[in-house]
Design a protein around this ligand. Structure first.
Ligand SMILES: O=C(O)CCC(=O)C(=O)O
Ligand SMILES: [Fe+2]
Length: 351
């Protein structure tokens, strides 16, 4: 059997042996004053409330969503309309994808060069993410040719026997369901700020929305290794579906709170663009993934994004951030990560 795991250990050990000098300030900022709380009281919201005949019940459910977005920037939802069967089928496809030989994943034959692993820009162990991911634009999920090269590889077909259309159909159905849910939640959140119906919906664009399939291999080195380094998401809103392994932590004040997985629940979090658009009413909260010593972990995130030329401006004045386009924001983030090893994010756009 060909190796499917990326050489994470080799790269991590190289960073341990030769940690580059990093400014003391950046280190201190990230380590000081942080401690862990074992179990978080993260809001759990039953979305059946939105379908109630009783208008007061519907309002109460919307209010819970908006309050959680402002107090936590994160919440879990149940009765979200995505069946457990679809979640199971998608997980099965995800596992199969990651089981492909590593060589094949990096060579670009698999899902159009969408594969990444570790952190190429890392110059020290605390900038390294012990994980691999497929980053799949929504528009490409529906394209017939997308899986072409993947399935034309005889070598791979000998290793795993696949149903070509099955894979694409599951991913299409899953992406459509996540997209529908993300737009519904974004609409509730934007209407709560008094915006016109459809205003945010008009900004969001299928061509920039994407799915990120994450796999966190077990890591025996230390439970302190990051599966995914602390970050905020650079989108409007993210919906995450995770397995039962756990490892996701989010920042609440100065504490890291562990998110306890709930079977078939989905996690929702506010991204940077919604924080800017809402003038800090909703919070884009830092989160990270810690590795597990014994068990690999899988998750899938759906990112709701606007088109690159969309102007992100606060819904009210005085605005905390200067106006920027999504394209400009992404460019700035990428440049900062390249230069400093870290994402600086919204702070760059403070007025
Ligand atoms: O895997 C997780 O729990 C979090 C993933 C995440 O934060 C991301 O993909 O941006
Ligand atoms: Fe994230």
């Amino acid at each position: 059997m060909l190796e499917s795991n990326p050489p994470l250990l080799r790269h991590f050990e190289a960073l341990l042996r030769h940690p580059a000098e990093i400014p003391a300030l950046e280190c201190d900022e990230r380590q000081s004053g942080e401690f862990m709380e074992e179990i978080g009281q993260l809001p759990l919201i039953d979305l059946n409330g939105l379908k109630c005949h009783d208008v007061m019940e519907r309002l109460a459910c919307s209010t819970r969503i908006c309050r959680a977005s402002s107090e936590w920037g994160f919440f879990q939802v149940i009765n979200h309309g995505i069946s457990s069967e679809l979640l199971r089928k998608m997980k099965r496809e995800q596992v199969k994808l990651f089981q492909a030989p590593f060589e094949m994943k990096v060579s670009g034959g698999l899902l159009n060069n969408s594969y990444t692993w570790g952190t190429t820009t890392a110059t020290s162990p605390n900038q390294f993410s012990w994980s691999e991911a497929f980053h799949i634009p929504l528009t490409e999920i529906s394209e017939e040719t997308y899986y072409g090269e993947y399935f034309s590889s005889l070598r791979y077909n000998l290793i795993l026997s696949f149903s070509t259309s099955g894979n694409r159909e599951v991913m299409k159905e899953f992406a459509a369901a996540m997209s529908k849910l993300a737009r519904l939640l974004a609409e509730i959140l934007s209407e709560n700020l008094g915006s016109q119906k459809g205003e945010l919906e008009d900004l969001c664009d299928e061509s920039t929305c994407f799915l990120r399939l994450n796999r966190y291999p077990a890591c025996q080195i230390s439970p302190e290794v990051f599966g995914l380094v602390p970050h905020t998401d650079s989108d409007f809103l993210t919906i995450l579906c995770q397995d039962q392994v756990g490892g996701l932590q989010l920042k609440k004040g100065s504490k890291w709170v562990a998110v306890k997985p709930i079977q078939d629940a989905l996690l929702v979090n506010i991204g940077d663009l919604f924080q800017a658009w809402s003038n800090d009413v909703y919070k884009s909260v830092e989160h990270k993934v810690m590795v597990n010593r014994k068990t690999e972990r899988y998750s899938i995130a759906y990112f709701l994004c606007p088109s690159y030329d969309s102007l992100i401006a606060s819904f009210k004045e005085p605005s905390i951030y200067r106006k920027f386009t999504f394209g400009e924001y992404r460019k700035r983030v990428q440049e900062d990560v390249k230069k400093t090893g870290y994402k600086i994010g919204l702070q760059r756009f403070l007025l």
